[in-house]
Design a protein around this ligand. Structure first.
Ligand code: GLY
Ligand code: MN
Ligand code: MN
Length: 527
């Protein structure tokens, strides 16, 4: 049978009646009798009332809030977790809090949709831990079994989504006072106004929760001395400074964060091992890249919370596509597989590691040549990543090595010195991205930090960032000899800066081409 687009498509006649919002009931019948409600609200075991032990993150999160408090005395700080996000119709994505909120509260995994952290200014030094604020976490605890919501609300009822910790329990866990979300509006808006007239200035982490944005905007407008002429964009600038401060607060990781990064890296290393085991199946599958992606994802969910970002499982020419996340290509013996993956731990810290593997276990001569150049560039990046050096030096050192190799292979259209000059940069045709970025709760962490602390900043003990040079020769690139076309190589490691220099957190994964081949062979031999 053939299908023809214009054969029998037609719509039923319109009819009056049921409002759109009621149509959710069209696909199933929900009992609404009083007898059912009465039965559903009784006969459930009482909750234990036992409080959890304090989480190890609690004192670290308190220190982070204390540092923020120091920066903004006298001002109210509002940091939302963000709402659930609709994936399609009435199904949501799994919840993940904004990283700035998670950093200040210590709440990882899926806690807590719609929550808001409010840091209320106090007299100087009279706040939490001698700071300038007292912090309160507002969230919506799940309704007890006495409420209809328990069984009737598929988005928030524990009957549907499972138990969550209540107000007292979260408070015990993270050492913060907690209150019902219903009280947040007053806490956020109370007495906002011009400090000259006794009002409180508020700073908001914007664009996380539209409802909170609207609330703050409305109250700012209504309390402006001259609303019609109020410069609300100047107030937005206050918010921008808070966003920036939250990003900069994460540039140097504390000990607890370093442990989380190590755990995320260890789970990611296991994910790479699973991918090697899955390669024979990937080769035999028309969408082998999906086999690779799935093998890695299984580890991310088994050992962590999720992926830190969509996995790049790129084989053959797809490895030259920097953000290849479609992952629907074949994986063929003789090609390379560029795998860029990161497991996000339950604490929300993520690894970001890339290895470029020979699909059949052995690099060809030209693949190895390109690979070795990228490895030498990575090593030059490591050598430059010393405390006290500039962040941008890492990039410059790695890219210089790549340019030298491209020159030696006769690929640069101009002399090496000209390519390396700011006016040249022809080598970037094959290496167009940055060599390093900060890493933490966001794969591209600290992205709102000022340039003088990031790209132009100084490498400092406690920083964690990637070193990830690559070379990418597209199969359509007529400027290189044919043997290079369709080869993409990246090697990406996660680096912790210590007083003694950089420590490669991801060195459990082999990097030298011979070691990669031996590692793959060892995995197959052990199966
Ligand atoms: N996986 C994203 C990156 O390497 O930056
Ligand atoms: Mn990266
Ligand atoms: Mn990466």
């Amino acid at each position: 049978m053939t299908t023809e687009a214009n054969s029998t498509t037609s719509l039923p006649e319109p009819s009056e009646g049921q409002p759109l919002e009621d149509r959710v009931n069209n696909r199933s019948q929900r009992p609404s009798s009083e007898a059912f409600k009465k039965f559903m609200s009784s006969g459930w075991a009482a909750e234990s009332g036992e409080l959890p032990e304090p989480d190890a993150v609690a004192p670290f999160a308190a220190r982070r809030r204390r540092a923020l408090s120091e920066r903004f005395p006298g001002e109210r700080l509002v940091i939302p977790a963000g709402p659930l996000k609709v994936r399609s119709n009435d199904t949501d994505y799994r919840f993940r809090a904004h990283s700035g909120f998670a950093h200040l509260t210590g709440l990882g995994v899926d806690r807590e949709p719609d929550a808001v952290l409010v840091m209320e200014p106090t007299e100087p030094g009279a706040g939490d831990d001698g700071g300038n604020h007292t912090a309160v976490l507002y969230f919506r605890p799940l309704a007890g079994t006495e409420s209809d919501e328990f069984y009737s609300n598929a988005r928030y009822g524990s009957f549907w989504i499972g138990d969550r910790l209540g107000l007292a329990e979260i408070s015990a866990l993270i050492g913060l006072p907690t209150r019902h979300l219903d009280e947040a509006e007053t806490a956020i808006t109370n007495n906002i106004g011009d400090p000259q007239f006794g009002g409180i200035s508020v700073r908001l982490l914007r664009s996380v929760d539209e409802m909170v944005d609207a609330l703050v905007d409305t109250v700012r407008y209504n309390t402006a001395l001259d609303p019609e002429n109020a410069d609300l964009s100047a107030l937005d600038a206050l918010d921008g400074e808070l966003t920036e401060a939250l990003s900069e607060l994460r540039l140097v990781k504390d000990e607890w964060e370093v442990e989380q990064m190590k755990a995320a890296v260890a789970a990611t290393v296991n994910g790479f091992t699973e991918v090697v085991k899955a390669l024979p199946r990937a080769i035999s599958h028309p969408r082998g890249e999906r086999v690779v992606e799935g093998a890695f994802f299984a580890r991310a969910r088994e050992e962590g919370n999720d992926l830190g970002y969509d996995t790049i499982a790129a084989s053959g020419n797809n490895a030259t596509v920097l953000h290849w996340i479609r992952n629907n290509g074949a994986v063929s013996a003789g090609d390379l597989l560029l795998l860029d993956g990161g497991v996000e731990a339950e604490s929300l810290y993520t690894a970001d590691i890339t290895r470029t593997l020979p699909v059949n276990g052995t690099y060809t001569e030209v693949q190895r040549r390109v690979y070795q150049a990228v490895l030498d560039a990575a090593d030059a990046g490591f050598a430059a990543a010393k405390p006290g050096a500039k962040f941008r030096d890492v990039h410059a050192a790695a890219v210089k090595v790549l340019a030298e190799n491209l020159d030696a292979w006769g690929l640069l259209p101009v002399p090496l010195e000209e390519a390396l000059s700011p006016e040249g940069q022809q080598h970037r045709r094959w290496m167009p991205h940055g060599v390093s970025h900060h890493l933490g709760m966001d794969v591209h962490d600290c992205a709102q930090a000022r340039a003088e602390l990031y790209l132009d900043g100084t490498i400092t003990e406690g920083m964690v960032f990637t070193i990830e040079p690559g070379l990418y020769f597209k199969d359509t690139d007529l400027s290189v000899p044919e043997e290079y076309r369709g080869i993409g190589v990246r090697i990406e490691d996660d680096v912790l800066i210590t007083a003694d220099g950089p420590v490669n957190l991801s060195d459990a994964l082999p990097r030298n081409p011979g070691d990669v081949e031996d590692w793959m062979a060892g995995i197959y031999a052990a199966e």
